[in-house]
Design a protein around this ligand. Structure first.
Ligand code: PRP
Ligand code: ORO
Length: 290
């Protein structure tokens, strides 16, 4: 687990945005854990969350640049994984669905040109992430949609920077993948390229509902169908590793002398939830060491 994932999980538990118990998901499954991004509802909380997203973006773009330098040597010096690179540059590159394998291997490595946050939660996430990126020296435009088109004033259902070049979709979670599908359509309709997705938590869950479980996870479906990567701040693997680590290496005690861990859960509780999550994962999840 990266330190970013560890710190994000700790933060989500401490703020109560990541909780254990019994929750019904959109797919109708009874989940022993739930992530509610709506609970980052003050400036400090949203700012810290946005900082994690910004760090993940910089990490991904840095990784793209490193990958490019090992593949293409000096070419990578001209990549777009830096502040100030523009959609115009991206438009000239040869990778993406239209490029051949040979072209892709030689093409400059490219970061993202615009952040797109699907309404509603994606709006605050993409906006706050753009602010956090700028504070870290990476000024990147952002845009979002309205769920209903505005028929007066400036009209339309897109707000913010023009969608062009390589667009990153910013959201909290992917459940069935509907929000990403709609975002891809909006981005393509604007003539831009959906180039990646950033989410907070990858539940590593297969599609379907409570009774029927699909072969692929919604995240894998996004990867396969749109040929773009999904970048999470943390995954279910990370959460399970975190719980194991904290249960096994507890050092803090609460007022009654009981061992405590992040989020105010006792270690005994965390051990119980860990096992419930592992059971849930065996039923609905993908891969995994649980
Ligand atoms: O992968 P999916 O099945 O689309 O589920 C995930 C989406 O669901 C939630 O948004 P919702 O549509 O509930 O709207 P909100 O952002 O207005 O809460 C969430 O914020 C994601 O955008
Ligand atoms: O599957 C869902 O509906 C879901 C899970 C989760 O952890 N968080 C969320 O907002 N939705």
């Amino acid at each position: 687990m990266t330190s970013l994932s560890h710190d994000f999980i700790r933060f989500a538990l401490d703020t109560g945005a990541l909780r254990f118990g019994e929750f019904r998901t959109k797919a109708g499954r009874l989940s022993p854990y739930f992530f509610n991004a709506g609970l980052f509802h003050d400036g400090a909380g949203l700012g810290r969350l946005a900082g994690f997203y910004a760090d993940r973006l910089l990490e991904v773009e840095g990784g793209l640049a490193a990958e490019g330098s090992s593949q293409t040597g000096a070419q990578a010096d001209n990549t777009t994984a830096r502040a100030g690179d523009t959609a115009a540059q991206a438009g000239n590159a040869a990778t993406g669905t239209g490029g051949t394998k040979a072209q892709a291997a030689l093409a400059p490595v490219r970061g993202f040109d615009v952040l797109f946050g699907p309404a509603y939660k994606g709006i605050t996430l993409a906006s706050a992430m753009a602010v956090a990126c700028a504070q870290k020296g990476r000024n990147i435009p952002f845009a979002f949609n309205r769920k209903e088109a505005k028929d007066h004033g400036e009209g339309g259902n897109l707000v913010g920077a023009p969608l062009k070049g390589r667009v990153a979709i910013i959201d909290d979670v992917i459940s069935a993948g509907t929000s990403v599908r709609e975002s891809v359509e909006i981005i393509r309709a604007a003539g831009a390229e959906p180039a990646g997705v950033f989410i907070a938590l990858d539940r590593m869950e297969r599609g379907g509902n409570a009774e029927q479980v699909a072969a692929l996870s919604a995240v894998d479906e996004v990867r396969q169908r749109y040929e773009m990567e999904v970048h999470a701040l943390a995954t279910l693997d990370d959460l399970l590793a975190y719980l194991t680590q904290h249960v096994e290496h507890s050092s803090t005690r609460n007022a009654s002398g009981e061992a405590t861990s992040a989020g105010g859960y006792s270690d005994a509780m965390l051990a119980t939830y860990r096992s419930a999550i592992a059971d849930y994962r065996r039923r609905y999840g993908t891969g995994g060491r649980a």
